[in-house]
Design a protein around this ligand. Sequence first.
Ligand SMILES: Nc1ncnc2c1ncn2[C@@H]1O[C@H](COP(=O)(O)OP(=O)(O)OP(=O)(O)O)[C@@H](O)[C@H]1O
Ligand SMILES: [Mg+2]
Length: 474
Amino acid sequence: MIPLSLARIAQITGGQLDRGDPEATVSGEVVIDSRRVAPGGLFAAVAGERSDGHDFAAAAVAAGAVAVLATRPVPVPSVLVADVPASLAALARAVVDALPQARIAGLTGSSGKTSTKDLAAQLVERLGPTIAPAGSFNNEFGLPLTVLRADAATRYLVLELSARGIGHIAYLCGIAPPRYGVVLNVGHAHAGEFGGLDQVARAKGELPEALPADGVAILNADDPRVLAMADRTRARVVTFSCAPEPARGAAVRAAGVSLDDLGRPSFTLLTPEGSAPVTLRLHGAHNVPNALAAAALARELGLDLDGIADGLSTATARSRWRMEVRRRGDGVTVINDAYNANPESVRAALDALAHLTQGGGRGFAVLGHMAELGDTSRASHEDIGEYAARLASPGPAGAGLAGLIAVGQEATPLLDGARRVPAWTGEALAVPDGATALEELANRLKPSDVVLVKASRAAHLEGVAAALLGEAGQ
Ligand SMILES: Nc1ncnc2c1ncn2[C@@H]1O[C@H](COP(=O)(O)OP(=O)(O)OP(=O)(O)O)[C@@H](O)[C@H]1O
Ligand SMILES: [Mg+2]
């Protein structure tokens, strides 16, 4: 964080200083979670669904915050503003303007932003001091809070940009204008709110549109809606592809992808500078395009091939509940992918489950609902049920699915879809909640079985995975 006096914060935000010393300086993190306040920081009070940050203003100052950014008077030093997110955006923009040496990369897509951001950050850190968000800090709060962590030493910002509607990504690009923009894919995440995939593509394309002429748009050549964004940017276009022979070529590619027994991909990274072997520590074939995107970005920022290949092979999963694979003492393997779910990511997770059962174990999928799909929700859940049941069909998918345990509000369509596959001989169960899913599993699991736990965050199935692994509830 660049030190800012309260007077300067009031000036940047157009706010009014209340009770505070104008010369008092904020030099610690800006946070919206009062439990995360550090001495010298600034606490931004936000009214959420469950609680109102203003109620924690005094506690935040007691914990060391210099002041509170607030929209109504609080009994401690504060800067009173009209709108907290707009004020965070203004502060972040002021920080960006004060740090012209920092190169800014933005990353968006329907699935895999956080996974890719974590990979990219671990590559870019090899080039110099890098600021990247913790977890999924990717919206009108998380992005400015991340940017505000930058200081004079920062050379790179690797930012995650999310959208729930048209204009959101353009707004985030206005806060921290990226010179490098990565678009991973256009899928069904939040498609209900957008009103279809073409609208999702319109929204994600705001990132390449925001890039300057001397910028670089890094696009997934395997996703036609992403590749089409090449026509929506002034920036130079660089593509990546997992296809053996991409129709229009691609600068960064993967050849000879194989997965180990825990689903970790190995491949040969192909770039214009040469090729190098990579073995990811992440699980699931879907992390290959994520790795290529991260590689393409790091390459543009100047990391050499060896650094990229080594960096990808040593990078670890920094954010939890995304394809965490753990083997229990009794030989049961648990895939905890309960962070979120949309049709693409559930298919990717089921593919990983199928791979992990190739050693002979039986596969169980505990699937909760996929949120925010709008009118297509029922059909999408049926399709996923069918996809899961097809994993049991003879073929490269291996032993297949022994059980589909559908949890909660969309259990019926999931099972209806599975029943469309007459050849499937697995067991189909609908249960009301995670606790019941656990009871059902306890009666069934044997050594070498593999359990996938996957749902949208709203379903809170991460507790099921934690209980399966004997971890304390989280
Ligand atoms: N390229 C991909 N294709 C399909 N699924 C993916 C891909 N990359 C990651 N996933 C899966 O999508 C889920 C979310 O991953 P991640 O958190 O990286 O995505 P995100 O785009 O940051 O999500 P959010 O919109 O919640 O921020 C995980 O289950 C992960 O395994
Ligand atoms: Mg994310």
